[in-house]
Design a protein around this ligand. Sequence first.
Ligand code: NAD
Length: 499
Amino acid sequence: MSTVNETLIRDIVSEVLGRLGGGPAKPAPAPASVPAVNPACGCPIVAKPVSVARRGTFGVFQDAKEACAAAHEAYLQLSQKGVAGRTKVVEIVKRLCDFNAVPWARLELEETKIGRLDHKIEKLKGQRAIPGVEFLQPYGLSGDHGITLEEYAPVGVIGAVTPSTHSIPTAACNIISMAAAGNAVVFNAHPGAAKCAVTAIRVFNEAIQAEVGIENLACIIEQPTLESFSAIAQSEFVRLLCVTGGPGVVKAAMQTGKRAICAGPGNPPVLVDETADLDRAAQKVIFGAAYDNNLLCIGEKEVFVLDGVFHQFMAALDKHGAFRLNDAQVEQLAKAAFVFPAGQGAGCPHPVVNRDLIGRDPAVLARAAGVNIPQGTQLLFAETSADHLFVKEEQMMPFLPIVRVKTVEEGIAESKKAEHGYRHSAMIHSHDVSHMTAMAKALETTLFIKNGSCVAGLGNGGEGYSNFSIATTTGEGICNPRTFTRVRRCVMVDNLRIF
Ligand code: NAD
């Protein structure tokens, strides 16, 4: 939050820059007759430009309605800047994430207290791999009747919700994808990860304003609440929602009546069969499940291993530095990790995951399990039954339950059950293509990774581009600039072919 002095200084700087002509872009002169609706997007014209940035907010708002109106104005300004303007915005966000990776990662970790600093830095530096304007190739047709072009046009203002698990990285990649496609955005961040997001958004806006001349292209509510989400969703300026989070926010977004892109929850299973390279499988599983202390929605959350190779796989996990818990330790950890709603016992179908253990270091979990572990241990693991809470719940902790199965069919069936039909992510370690195909067909996940860790699905060790919003629930897949567009067709009828 800005102090009074900071706000004052920002006001003065903004004012001086404005006078020098290098500051906030002046609103375009009003046309002789102003249409009620902007023909570019069909959105209502703002009668009076909202000069909120002149109050030094740099995209940070208390009031959701004000934020949506300011974002709409920014969207109109971006429309005037062409592809060059969008390209510049993308470049600015990537550059600032790279430059501020260490302090911002630290800030996010200090605020949320979940995850790992090294991976938080990597997630910010990795913004370089998020696709930009180059992703928007139009589709052209030509024939005897003329030429037709289908283009990926902007939607306008997008209302976005970001998770506690990767607050700045999700906001940054959302801005990159959305602005590349010509949109503006208003964020309602997770209340427990909003301060760091506000800091980053302010810095993005300062640079965008200085270098592109657009105010408030990415807005954020300083103190997000369910009411501010509701106000964003109901705003006449907001054409699309993009929510990244658990089942609650997905349901809330879908109930608004607005088009919503929902990057929802997962509980990704892994299957290891007898044909797998067990050593490599163990390394990949440890890397993925330990990534940011297992906060990733794509992260390995439970492993099913064929009986015939179970002991070798467990030994490979030992060998590569994961720490094995015994039955008593797992049960002690489970008691600390899951809270049952008042009046309901361990048989309750929906326990609540204890937020105090989510994304915490393995040493913290080990203490809860009553055991000391060597320094530097990245992951805890243990054999459990297939119906253990650690298998069924999306627990987001660096503890991995390993379940023994008799057949591949049983492994696939249990994986499907553990995945709960989210159709999010799954992994297999195998050299039998028929097993791979059978699992992919049965689970229908958005991401299916063979012989790699989960992050290979986002281009880290595998081919492909990255994003922290994976639209699993609504099916758009890994978000990219095309996700935030509407397709518009332009047809010219004539004898236009040159051959
Ligand atoms: P969360 O569901 O608690 O919160 C996510 C966001 O939704 C937050 O900003 C929160 O304030 C908001 N929210 C929650 N309920 C809401 C409601 N009823 N109305 C409006 N807003 C609401 O999740 P989290 O702990 O921040 O993040 C972890 C969850 O997000 C996991 O389930 C994970 O799988 C999922 N996730 C999915 C993706 C993806 O790309 N699919 C990416 C990251 C996280």
